[in-house]
Ligand binder design. Structure first.
Ligand code: 13P
Ligand code: SF4
Length: 319
């Protein structure tokens, strides 16, 4: 069987299983092209958390990485959340441990802990509030009673927040995204020379010198919004290369380039059509967070959703 036929068959199988299981497929913007094609809902981390709250299906198949599926489960304790590939993790999320975070809190007892959603449920449970790349500034500004913020785990996002919220002291954590730090300022400048009149859109997980030479800094959903509204015809995209597929599809009259081929997140690419079909067929891998961790992590996530204007009572009760 050729590759096209094989994929068509898998898509049909997924469609059938989805109906039988009463499932919805939620897909992050960095996923493979063929996974984006089967998405019921796609978006950035914030949009996907909000979508998980609103989903009325029984089963959520989360095509992304594990911290995203964990958040979906925490916000939807009565639904079955499936992560098609168990090993799809986020290395940045593993750069913080509860013990080290507690030590940091002892050093800064008056600081609030703001936790990027790229973190485990245990770390979310230790934190005061979560944030994503699209609402980090808004979340930190919302903490009116705090002058000091321990921002975990991404130091680049933390620095970006500091630059935008100068009246608070951001205590940085030594975490980073191994994919986003691969792009250099020189590569951005070289790409700009190749494509005149181009605008550079960068994710705040990139290094500060890359952000400095960029025209607009935003989350992956922010890139969609910006590219659609902009009069510019071509863009350099300084984030994971999976973004190009969706951006080109949504803006067929515009051009999008990555500054380097190295902008690939290996764990985001683990999910394939075969694994999605397998996941629905075998109801694997079920992600369930329970007990005290779930209760506390729920509060941190729900506080964030409240700051972002999420109206759904399902998510924001009791915070
Ligand atoms: P977004 O929230 O912008 O989609 O980013 C998620 C992520 O993992 C970035 O590396
Ligand atoms: Fe984690 Fe970076 Fe991959 Fe995003 S791109 S999931 S931060 S490793």
């Amino acid at each position: 069987m050729d590759d096209v036929k094989y994929r068509q068959n898998l898509k049909k199988k997924i469609e059938k299983l989805k109906k039988e299981r009463n499932a919805v497929i939620i897909v992050h913007n960095y996923q493979r092209d063929e996974i984006q094609d089967i998405a019921d809902i796609s978006g950035d981390s914030l949009a996907l958390s909000q979508a998980a709250v609103r989903a009325d299906a029984k089963v959520i198949v989360f095509c992304g990485v594990d911290f995203m599926a964990e958040s979906a489960s925490i916000l939807n304790p009565n639904k079955i959340v499936l992560l098609p590939v168990k090993e799809a993790g986020c290395p940045m999320a593993d750069m913080v441990t509860v013990e080290r975070l507690r030590d940091k809190k002892k050093e800064h007892p008056d600081a609030a802990i703001v936790c990027y959603v790229n973190s485990s449920a245990t770390i979310k449970a230790e934190s005061d509030i979560c944030c994503t790349s699209s609402n980090a500034i808004q979340v930190v500004k919302s903490l009116k009673d705090y002058k000091e913020i321990i921002f975990i785990p991404d130091k680049n996002l933390g620095r970006y927040v500091q630059a935008n919220v100068p009246d608070k002291k951001i205590i940085l954590w030594e975490g980073f995204c191994p994919t986003h730090i691969r792009v250099s300022k020189e590569e951005i400048l070289d790409a700009k020379k190749l494509h005149p009149d181009v605008l550079v859109l960068a994710h705040p997980e990139c290094n500060p010198d890359v952000l400095f030479v960029s025209d607009h800094i935003c989350s992956t959903a922010g890139m969609f919004k910006f590219a659609k509204a902009s009069k510019a015809k071509s863009f350099i995209i300084a984030t994971e290369s999976g973004m190009l597929y969706g951006l080109k599809k949504a803006n067929p009259d515009k051009d999008f380039y990555v500054p380097t081929e190295r902008l690939v997140c290996p764990t985001m690419k683990l999910t394939t059509l075969g694994w999605v079909a397998h996941s629905l067929e075998n109801m694997e891998h079920q992600i369930k967070i329970t007990g005290e961790i779930k209760e506390k992590a729920y509060k941190s996530l729900a506080r964030m959703l409240k700051v972002s204007g999420e109206k759904s009572g399902a998510a924001i009760s009791g915070v």
